[in-house]
Design a protein around this ligand. Structure first.
Ligand code: NAD
Length: 432
């Protein structure tokens, strides 16, 4: 099939290259012409495991190409996915400027039937607006359908998530649209949830809100564990083995971040308010998540006493492992606050340092975890990259000024760290 993807970010690039890998002819469009020029030179603007090879391979096989002309994208394909960003406005609502702009430009270039698919995360009823917008600017009165096909991939495992999804949600209003999307996704052999557009839009918001709720729930439990001397890792395992609860998203830590959970939660709260529902539950989820950053800062102060002029080695800057994405990363707020309090930061991250340098000009960036630890008063882990789990702790202990580890993601075992001679502070792991 011929497919166009509008928006070459995390979702657009992954979706476009995976659909090409499945044998489709794909054109990816972005209005950032510099980005497109770089991609055409083989320079992939984001880090996502396996993505670069997938893109280069499919370009070579002539199944994937890139353009900054939306007109070309609309002319080329019967199915057009909209995967542009939907960032938050100041009041928490989603900024749908990009969606409106793309819908309008699709309409202005429509000449024959096209299926326009919302891939971006959007508030319920956006599909209606996309339909109205296209009808308004559709000067040749071309036939079209709108569908919702929300994306559930996780950065860091996005290709695997796309190729092996738990389910594919398809919100449609015509048989033609349904058949096109069902055929497109047939090779993935995944369970399909076929519903109307509004339900599909709500499935995405409700899913992200529920996952964020699980994280804040376990973080609240972690707080109690710290107070009473229980271990949240064992509590979470004991809970998660119950199939009704499940293990996923039950990791206590410095809180969720990224470009999705915080913004999608805000947008869901805002849209609920607009239709007259006060979503107190989600407001509490958001508050607990904010509190986690203060929780870790308090631990730092509790152990270092006066933090001014101390040096802290920070491991992990991306909002989660295996990505270079620092949007809403807890690391940024935590480091900014420490810098503000006069702490010297020596940071290391396997992929996110270039992006972090743009927002943390007063931090020092190191070539590896050991350089970060050299002469530091404390080691603070913020993102659970695998390479941090296997450090040479003899070396770390020798390099640190004092053997103090504050583990914001519970990646180490308290007992083993104690045996290695460290003072170990986790999240919700009792007193050590
Ligand atoms: P992103 O910011 O990485 O990429 C968006 C791209 O769209 C950018 O390259 C931008 O230049 C381009 N763009 C913006 N306006 C445009 C326009 N008018 N015409 C053409 N291109 C335009 O965003 P992302 O992380 O890929 O997210 C895209 C959407 O998917 C968002 O709604 C997000 O909530 C949702 N989503 C993201 C993830 C994720 O993990 N990143 C997962 C599921 C859903």
């Amino acid at each position: 099939m011929k497919i166009s993807l509008i928006g070459c970010g995390y979702v657009g690039l992954v979706t476009g290259s995976c659909l090409a890998e499945l044998g489709n002819k794909v054109i990816c469009v972005d209005n950032d012409s510099k980005k497109i020029a770089r991609i055409k030179q083989g320079k992939i603007p984001i880090y996502e495991p396996g993505l670069e090879e997938l893109i280069l391979n499919n370009v070579k096989k002539k199944r994937l190409r890139f353009t900054s002309s939306i007109q070309e994208g609309v002319k080329y394909s019967e199915i057009i996915f909209i995967a542009v960003g939907t960032p938050p406005l100041e009041n928490g609502e989603a900024d749908l400027t990009g969606i409106e702009n793309v819908a309008r430009h699709i309409a202005l270039n429509l000449s024959g039937y096209r299926l326009i698919v919302e891939k971006s995360t959007v508030p319920v009823e956006t599909g209606e607006w996309v339909k109205k917008t296209i009808s308004t600017y559709n000067k040749h009165k071309a036939e079209f359908d709108v569908a919702s096909n929300p994306e559930f991939l996780r950065e860091g495992s996005a290709i695997e998530d796309f190729m092996h999804p738990d389910r594919i949600v398809i919100g449609v209003e015509s048989k033609r649209a349904r058949d096109l999307l069902v055929n497109l996704y047939k090779p993935l052999n995944a369970p399909l949830v076929i519903t109307n557009i509004r339900s599909a839009e709500l499935i995405k918001h409700a899913s992200n809100a529920f996952l964020a709720t699980k994280i804040s729930f376990i973080n609240a439990i972690a707080y109690i564990c710290d107070k009473v001397g229980a271990d949240v890792e064992e509590v979470a395992r004991g809970m998660g083995l119950d199939k009704r609860i499940g293990q996923s998203n039950l990791s206590a830590g410095v809180g969720y971040g990224g470009s999705c959970f915080p913004k999608d939660l805000d947008a869901f709260i805002a849209i609920s308010e607009r239709i007259g529902y006060n979503f107190d539950l989600l407001k509490a989820v958001r508050n607990i998540n904010e509190e986690q950053k203060h929780f870790i800062l308090k631990k730092v102060r509790d152990f270092l006493w006066v933090v001014k002029d101390k040096t802290i080695a920070v491991l992990g800057l991306s909002f989660k492992p295996d990505t270079d994405d620092i949007r809403n990363a807890p690391s940024i707020d935590i480091i900014k606050e420490l810098l503000h309090e006069g702490v010297k930061i020596k940071a290391y991250d396997p992929q996110a340092m270039n992006k972090a340098k743009e927002v943390l000009d007063k931090a020092a960036f190191c070539k590896d975890p050991y350089e970060a630890c050299k002469g530091a008063d404390c080691l603070l882990v913020i993102t659970e990259w695998n390479e941090f789990k296997e450090l040479d702790f003899k070396k770390v202990k020798h390099l640190l000024k004092r053997p103090l580890i504050i583990d914001g993601r519970n990646i180490y075992e308290p007992k083993s760290m104690k045996e290695k001679g460290f003072t170990y502070v986790g999240i919700g792991r009792g007193r050590h």
